[in-house]
Design a binder for this molecule. Structure first.
Ligand SMILES: C=C1C[C@]23C[C@@]1(O)CC[C@H]2[C@@]12CCC[C@@](C)(C(=O)O1)[C@H]2[C@@H]3C(=O)O
Ligand SMILES: O=C(O)CCC(=O)C(=O)O
Ligand SMILES: [Fe+2]
Length: 401
């Protein structure tokens, strides 16, 4: 039987950024699906950062805007959403619904494997790809009710560990071309195609979000003359939130902002994502078949000099149905300098953040979590005070355990 190759899916430049910031999680991955009661280690009841206000069943009826990318006013609507919410949903984004469905189906299939099988594709502490808990668990004393599978580039090496029978029984892992019916390779192709489509959409959305601030490709140093981003850094997550015996006490994914330029998230038809709106509280993001959620990340807050807010968001769980989400974390090349764009700063708008690479910022995030942005802030009291909802100037978010 041919041996299964070592896992080495992360291209060297990207792995550097993470190898220097390993995340050590103190917890194992139990089989959450089989638990009939919420263990104490998953009980978030007495955590002060669990803010109860939610529109899950209360009177808050507003939510993040839904923007049709074919709408002639899309640019303005996007700009407004980035300033007020730090998140929006898009429809008519050009990604086929069939691909979203196939990626969701692969996600469901992956997480329905027995836990021992999933652990064969475990993410190692200094690695980024594979199966495990969310990295952000390291900041909390309680564990989140979720499982995560991280992909960068091709997931094939991990998939070989998860579904070895596709190789050994039928094909033996020989040759580069899959004979028809080889489910593992089909899953791999689906996820690679999904990443390709996400990259295209993320670029398009980034230019729209920046375009709304009159930023063009000439203003972005890491863009080529055609506006393409060579060596962009992107990570795809498959998130699983099993149905939970005590959802009111559990937390699917604790409040955080993403360190990205932007994140594109597909969720199955079970709601759970919530966005924190200043002055309102936690607002649920309803599911929207075929729609995609776009979240402003910390790097876009930096680039826009605080004019766009990187939204604090979290995921709650429910008693009856499993939930799946697929966030695509999109950023610049790991070593590109990110700083407030010159067009957006001036005597009355001094730069709020010092220049930083994403690689460096991930290190700061890995240490300071939701206080990462404030730790690189250079003006404590700008003339036009920017009030961000992401921990930059509030303290309602993470607790360092
Ligand atoms: C590119 C990334 C951003 C992220 C770390 C990651 O490598 C992939 C997951 C992202 C995530 C999601 C949950 C919250 C968060 C803080 C975390 O621990 O993992 C973010 C990371 C981030 O935004 O820095
Ligand atoms: O599952 C969700 O809706 C949110 C996931 C998320 O925010 C993340 O993985 O960063
Ligand atoms: Fe997130």
């Amino acid at each position: 039987m041919p041996s299964i190759p070592e896992i080495s899916t992360v291209p060297p430049k990207l792995s550097d950024a993470f190898r220097s910031h390993p995340v050590h999680l103190r917890h194992e991955c139990p089989d959450l699906t089989s638990l009939k009661e919420l263990p104490d280690s998953y009980d978030w009841t007495h955590q002060h950062y669990v803010i109860p206000a939610t529109n899950g069943d209360s009177a808050i009826s507003e939510s993040i805007p839904v923007i049709d990318l074919n709408d002639p006013n899309a640019l303005q609507l996007i700009g407004h959403a980035c300033k007020t919410w730090g998140a929006f949903q898009v429809i008519n984004h050009g990604i086929p619904t069939s691909l979203l469905d196939q990626a969701e189906c692969t996600t469901r299939h992956l997480f329905s494997l027995p836990v021992e099988q999933k652990l064969k594709a475990s993410r190692l502490p200094d690695a980024l790809t594979g199966y495990g808990l969310s990295r952000s668990n390291s900041f909390f004393s309680k564990i989140m009710w979720s499982e995560v599978f991280t992909i960068i580039g091709s997931p094939l090496d991990h998939f070989r560990h998860l579904w070895p029978e596709d190789y050994t029984k039928h094909w033996g892992g020989r040759g580069p071309i899959a004979p028809p019916g080889f489910q593992n390779l089909i899953k791999n192709e689906v996820m690679e195609e999904y990443e390709k489509e996400m990259t295209k959409s993320a670029e398009k959305l980034m230019w729209l979000m920046l375009g709304s601030l009159n930023i063009t490709k000439e203003d972005i140093e890491w863009a080529d003359p055609k506006g393409n981003i060579p060596d962009e850094f992107a990570v795809l997550h498959m998130n699983y939130y099993p149905a939970c015996p005590n959802p009111d006490r559990a937390m699917g994914m604790a409040a955080h902002s993403d360190s990205t330029i932007l994140t594109i998230l597909h969720q199955n038809n079970t709601a759970g994502l919530q966005v924190l709106k200043k002055g309102t509280g936690w607002v649920a993001v309803p599911t929207n078949p075929g729609g995609l959620v776009v979240i402003v990340g910390d790097l876009l807050q930096i680039l826009s000099n605080g004019s766009y807010i990187s939204a604090l968001h979290r995921a709650v769980v429910n008693r009856d149905k499993p939930r799946f989400s697929l966030p695509y974390f999109y950023g610049p090349p790991a070593r590109a300098q990110v700083s407030p764009l010159p067009k957006l700063v001036g005597p009355s708008d001094p730069p709020l953040y010092r220049p930083i690479t994403w690689s460096e910022f991930l290190g700061i995030k890995a240490k300071h979590f939701n206080n990462a942005l404030s730790s690189i802030r250079i003006c404590t009291s700008p003339p036009n005070e920017v009030v961000a909802a992401n921990g930059d100037n509030n303290t309602n978010s993470a607790e360092v355990a």
